[in-house]
Write a protein that binds this ligand. Structure first.
Ligand code: IMP
Ligand code: MG
Length: 176
């Protein structure tokens, strides 16, 4: 099988949308400091690009939670592989996700962080695949709502590859 990536969202489209999201987030948080929580590894690219457009003071924080192995199906089994190194109680927290698929990862993460009593907890996701949802959760801010397809690039991987693509594309498998 030969892998082929078909462009879905160009780098320019993503950049423009992030500009708008930064504005929406400014409406939400104003000049108050925001602790951005990047979910490794997929959200690294959107976190750094979005952070550069944020107008208020922000901090960058990282967490690693897993649900996917090297396949394209979610296991539904989520564990915290790396936790935050700062206390978030009383703070404005913004979870940054690459994509909301079944929603299992995010639901679990949201519950965990709410337990730590932040002042405010919001979720921004670059992509949302609502057709795939199995648990009740939505992002507060969404970049693009996309159909049910397996996408790679701009942080998203297939077997750890393609994260470095500057665009988002659908991964196809062709017969050789
Ligand atoms: P969920 O728990 O099913 O919502 O899984 C969310 C995580 O699965 C995302 O943060 C991604 O890491 C991964 N994922 C879901 N859909 C895709 C996809 O289309 N391409 C690549 N990774 C995906
Ligand atoms: Mg992720």
């Amino acid at each position: 099988m030969k892998e082929r990536v078909e462009v879905m969202l160009t780098a320019e489209q993503i950049d423009k949308r992030l500009e708008e999201l930064a504005e929406e987030l400014y409406q939400e948080f104003g000049d108050e400091q925001v602790e951005m929580v990047c979910t490794l590894k997929g959200a690294v690219v959107v976190t750094t690009d979005l952070a550069k457009k944020m107008k208020m003071p922000v901090t960058l924080n990282f967490m690693s939670v897993s649900s996917y192995g090297d396949s394209t199906e979610s296991s539904g089994n989520i564990n915290v592989k790396m936790d935050l190194d700062e206390d978030i109680s009383g703070k404005n927290v913004l979870i940054v996700e690459d994509i909301i698929d079944t929603g299992r990862t995010l639901k679990k993460l949201k519950e965990l962080l709410l337990f730590r009593k932040p002042k405010k907890l919001k979720i921004v996701a670059l992509l949302d695949k609502p057709d795939r949802r199995v648990v009740d959760i939505t992002g507060d801010f969404t970049g693009f709502t996309i159909p049910d397809a397996f996408v790679v690039g701009y942080g998203l991987d297939y077997a750890q590859r393609y994260r470095n693509l500057p665009y988002v594309g659908v991964l196809n498998f062709d017969e050789e």
